[in-house]
Design a protein around this ligand. Sequence first.
Ligand code: HEM
Length: 524
Amino acid sequence: MKWKKDYDTAVASSDGEETVESDLSDCVEIWVVVICLALPDAIKCTWHFVIIIITATRDKSFSLPPGTLGYPFIGETLEFLRKGSNFYKLRQEKYGNIFKTHIFGCPTIRVIGAENVRKILHGENSIVMQSWPKSTKLLLGSGAMTQTSGEIHRSQRKQVLHAFSMHALAEYVPIIQSDIRKQIETWLEKGTFLGYNECREMTMSISSKVLLGFDFDVEEKQRYNKMFLDFTAALMTIPINVPGFGFHKGMKAREGLLAGIKGQLKKLSSKEGQKSFKTAFEYYLDALDEEEITMDTLDTIAEGALDLIANGFSTTSSALTNLIMILGKHENVLQNVREELYTHGLLDPKNVDLTLNSLKDLPYSSKVLKELLRLYPPAGASFRKCLQTFELEGYTIPAGWTVMYSIRETHRNPNVYDDAEEFRPDRWDDSSFHPGTLTSESPTDKFNFIPFGGGCRSCVGSEFAKLSLRIFLLELARSCDWTLLNKDAEMRFIPVPHAVDSLPVQIRRWDHCSLFSRAPIYGF
Ligand code: HEM
């Protein structure tokens, strides 16, 4: 039973991964850092923080949000490591939508709710700016778009967005579809598989092919997948580049990935590596030429490519895995998707090959994906640094502190979403969803639904991610039936939402004739 072996390994390794939330032994890493490497930073940060606290005590108009700051230097880091996403949930229940804490050496304010998030995202570069942990900065590199700001950032975004234009996306459809179909076929042959592991491998394969034209054989696929796992796992770790630490593994993986990407970029620039389609990288290079910007060094371009793949890797694979999970739990939703596909002729063998056109106008499927991203947003929150002191809901948010805007809790606001914890695609039906009331508490306010963030740092890969999700939904629905082998598995939300047991699934081929065995909904 190969899947059982994989399953046991996955549970063991996912337990390991989640020790951040459950096992205090991992905290040794934190202590070592606080005591040795991070001491100067921690002292600086704490000094700044003490000044703020003194000011806050003396000046009555200085009103910090509620919450606790924990112990000197380490703040509430240990509790966060023990409780994971529950750490925030419990504090929200106690203190409301804005609260202070102190984690990873920084006084931090967590901000929830459309109105508050809007203020943060609209204040980009004036009241806040992007800020990532040191480990993320070192692993992604200074040239990565997520790390740059101002004019350089704006220009990078503009160039990268050429790679995700409608025209470019239309070219990617057959590539994505072919990879998804191949992957599903291997699952059907195996009969059982681990959803989370397989979706990560599939995401890595699709994005490296579409972005850079990589065409991995089985062995390379496994090697790159492993490097990506090490790399992404290290993004939020303690930046100690010494064997035995996660960060060191991540830096090693970075070297391997950059070497591979550079090799591929060289091939693509020569005739040797040209593909039957134009890769995202080639769209990006065209954009550079058009703007008469001198060609950056290969290193910077490779870093940019790694940044893109890294940003899309965990997020997209989490969404794909959770789609398998949610449809496995809601058979009626899967049935409705199939009926929609039937009415659009997409179950007809003549229409196997998809195009951007055949994928649009599937309103029910769109609602399913929207609801998936509402309930399980792959990025649960993001970080900013406060550039100046400002007010939010009457509280003072001090300059220099970290602000973390929450996507997960914003998406589960019970004042906006009835039965907020339930998966209900029909909530997005216009008629049943109070359209037109443009208050911040209304779902028509776009900041109530922010799976891809917002403002000038919103996700550049969102259209590519949505396209991949749509094709996956369609291919799953029209080719297979599946059973979740552990329907009630606990969910973990850090680093991305996933079932703690990696989602073991039993899968079989679906015969579309069975659609006619029950009363139709769409009148056929
Ligand atoms: C379901 C999949 C995805 C989700 C939920 C997602 C979510 C997000 C979010 C919330 C942000 C904003 C973070 C912030 O405010 O600091 C973001 C930024 C970003 N995403 Fe995605 N993402 C996804 C897929 C992708 C893909 C496939 C790519 C690339 C191919 C990508 C590339 C990026 C980049 C480069 C940024 C930084 C943009 C900037 O700083 O200007 N993402 N993503």
